[in-house]
Structures are given as C-alpha cells and as structure tokens.
Design a protein around this ligand. Structure first.
Ligand SMILES: C[S@@+](CC[C@H](N)C(=O)[O-])C[C@H]1O[C@@H](n2cnc3c(N)ncnc32)[C@H](O)[C@@H]1O
Length: 255
C-alpha cells in the first residue's frame, strides 16, 4: 500500500479530501447515511438476520481458498463484509477503502478499535442497541477514491465491492484502476444493481452485454455472472424495504 498523505483520527487519507468534497458527499452525512449503514450492516438484531447475507456469501464463495492473500474491498462503508472475512481468515491481509471519512471512522471504531457503538435508530421504530466491536490486526481502513486506488501495480490478489459501481463518478476509470492494482490472474468480484447515476453511464454500461464488453476491453475475463438476483434493503421496523435487481460478477485480470 502507498503512504498516506495524512491521518485524521486514525484514518489514513490517500486523497486530500477538500471541504467542498466533504460538503458534496452524501455519505458524509452522519445521521442519514452512517446510522443507516450501521443499522443495515451491523445491527442484525433489528432484522433477525444480516439483510445482505446473500451478497457476503456470494463474495466469500468466489474468493480463492489459499492463505497469505491481499484482499481489498472498495466502497466498504462501515466494513461488515471485509470485517467478517478478516475474522474468518487471520492469515490474509485486508484493506477497506471508502471515500467517506465518517463511514471509515465508524468502521475503524467497530472492527479495529473494539469500541462499543451505541445505535439510536428510534426514528425508524427500533429500540436503542449497543453493538460490541472487534479488534482485528489484519484489517486496515483508508480513505481513497475507487478511481485512484492507493495500491501499487500488480499488488492485490482479490478486490471486491458491493453496491458501488453504479454510484461512481467514473466507473470506467475505477475498473481500470482495479485492473491496474490486481495481479495478473487476480480476482475482482462485484455485486450491484445497474442503477447508474448519469445518462452517459447508462449508455456505456447498459444492457449488461455492454458492461461485459467494457470489462473485456480493459483486460478482464468474465468468469461468472449471477443475474436476476433480488436484494432487499430494509428501511424500518414496519418491514418496508427497497428491492434492488442486482448482478454479481466474478472477473479475472487477464492483462
Ligand atoms: C451504497 S454504499 C454501499 C456500502 C456497502 N458496500 C453496501 O454494500 O451497502 C456506497 C459506498 O461507497 C462509497 N463510495 C462512493 N463513491 C466512492 C468512490 N468514488 N470511491 C470509494 N468509495 C466510494 C460511499 O462512501 C459508500 O460508503
């Protein structure tokens, strides 16, 4: 991993995020976004199970079973997926990358510093809960953009992301970056609804065949595609939820 530009409350910054970038980033809004991500990803007791378990299971099932791997999640949010994997495989090194300082602070508090998080989501109907954290020595969080990753060329064995690619400012650049930092033969796994934020991204990546073509041009070989996969994102104690029509892909860096 490259050296950070600076650190803020134990979070290394690999991008010097400006005040205007902070203000423009919806994922920096603590009450709206960080509490919501904490509720979905860390408070299983609210839902009876982890709502995104099928995504975690898919990602886990596609990661090679060797040890000594370097693995990064891009857009890790509060770190549930990379944290679970780091607990399961202490001999691998894990990196959680996100562009939101607030998400990363929550993730680091919970997964690395072993602090308790007090979650008050009563305005969504739930009782206040205390979530007990972990102390993982093989997991490191850092602030960077998917479009400019803080890793050397050919340095990672596995990259993965969940609900990221269609949110990005420049998904093509992010895929090129992921190709750059993966070793040849390395694995990229992603799960996402195709719910792009810009017209030009719909034109480049939709329908799925176009996304596949772009990935092949960049240098990936498509190994597996999971389609027609409904993921439900819970909204409140009343059972309201958002339905996302997702794809899951496992692709291999060929060149
Ligand atoms: C919809 S949330 C998904 C979080 C989690 N992975 C999940 O499956 O729910 C998108 C996450 O990606 C992060 N993100 C958005 N744009 C990014 C970028 N350009 N580079 C890195 N992370 C980014 C956000 O801060 C947020 O934590």
């Amino acid at each position: 991993m490259k050296d950070p530009i600076k650190c803020r409350r134990k979070i290394p910054f690999f991008h010097d995020k400006t005040e205007s970038e902070f203000r423009a980033d919806p994922y920096e809004r603590y009450h709206e976004m960080v509490l919501r991500q904490t509720a979905i990803h860390l408070a299983d007791e609210f839902w009876g199970a982890y709502p995104f378990q099928s995504i975690l299971d898919f990602i886990r099932s596609q990661i090679p079973t060797k040890t000594g791997l370097k693995i990064a999640e891009i857009g890790c949010g509060v770190g549930r997926m990379i944290g679970e994997l780091a607990i399961q495989n202490p001999n691998n090194q894990y990196h959680g990358i996100d562009f939101s300082y607030q998400m990363l602070k929550q993730a680091n508090t919970f997964w690395v510093e072993e602090k308790k998080i007090e979650l008050d989501w009563s305005d969504h109907g739930f009782d206040r809960v205390i979530l007990a954290g972990h102390t993982l020595a093989n997991l490191h969080f850092g602030l960077a953009k998917a479009e400019n990753l803080p890793f050397e060329n050919d340095s990672l064995d596995v990259l993965f992301s969940s609900f990221l690619i269609d949110r990005l400012e420049d998904p093509l650049k992010a895929f090129q970056e992921m190709n750059r930092v993966l070793k040849t033969g390395g694995t990229l796994i992603f799960v996402s609804p195709l719910n792009f934020q810009k017209k030009q991204h719909w034109e480049i990546f939709f329908p799925l065949k176009k996304l596949q073509r772009q990935l092949q041009i960049i240098g990936f070989q498509i190994d597996l595609i999971k389609k027609d996969w409904l993921v439900f994102e819970p909204l409140d104690k009343n059972g309201n939820k958002i339905q996302w029509d997702c794809i899951g892909m496992k692709i291999i860096r060929q060149f």
